[in-house]
Design a protein around this ligand. Structure first.
Ligand code: FE2
Ligand code: FE2
Length: 189
């Protein structure tokens, strides 16, 4: 499937501003690939497609979960904010016919992160947060770290931010985010 077909398909799945976000993530992922030495084309595709499942209706979620035997954990069930990355990874493989495991896994783990992420997974995770239209307290610091060769520090900072935010809002923490954070902490010590 070529890029134009992917983009057109995505435009039918996403509201305009989310498509713009996806293009921004793709562009940012390409810049980061230049800095860190990752495959630019793969990064672009992973970036543009990462939120493909973000706007599924409940019945579409049920349809895909059934069709592809997707196993969602307790936190992901009935929570598209978390599950769109996992469900999206199946849509990338089966509906976009993309069989590149790196692209698929970058989509799958872009919301929670995970322990021992590879380069493209890290790039998509952070590009999602720092793309040019993102604006939240601390985003400039994440950009500084990311664009100055400190990708792991940026990731650690963002996992910490997520965990603090979830605690402050009395929500459940996804264990993959804790594992991602602990993995980087141990690696850096
Ligand atoms: Fe997302
Ligand atoms: Fe996103």
């Amino acid at each position: 499937m070529n890029l134009e077909i992917i983009s057109n398909k995505l435009k039918n799945m996403l509201p305009e501003r989310r498509f713009k976000h996806s293009e921004n993530v793709a562009k940012c992922a390409v810049k980061l690939s230049e800095i860190y030495g990752c495959d630019k084309e793969k990064s672009y595709i992973a970036g543009i497609i990462h939120d493909c499942a973000k706007y599924l209706e409940a019945k579409e979620v049920d349809f895909y979960v059934e069709k592809y035997s997707i196993e969602l954990d307790e936190l992901e069930k009935n929570n598209l904010a978390l599950s769109h990355s996992v469900i999206g990874s199946y849509i990338v493989r089966n509906e976009f016919n993309i069989d590149d495991e790196e692209i698929i896994n970058s989509v799958k783990y872009h919301t929670t992160g995970k322990a021992n992420m590879n380069l493209i997974e890290k790039i998509i995770y952070i590009a999602d947060l720092i793309e040019e239209d993102r604006n939240f307290p601390g985003v400039e610091n994440l950009r500084q770290l990311t664009y100055n060769g400190k990708l792991d520090e940026a990731l650690l900072e963002s996992f910490d931010n997520t965990i603090k935010f979830v605690i402050d809002n009395k929500q459940l923490i996804h264990p993959r985010t804790v594992e991602a954070r602990n993995y980087l902490m141990k690696q850096n010590n």
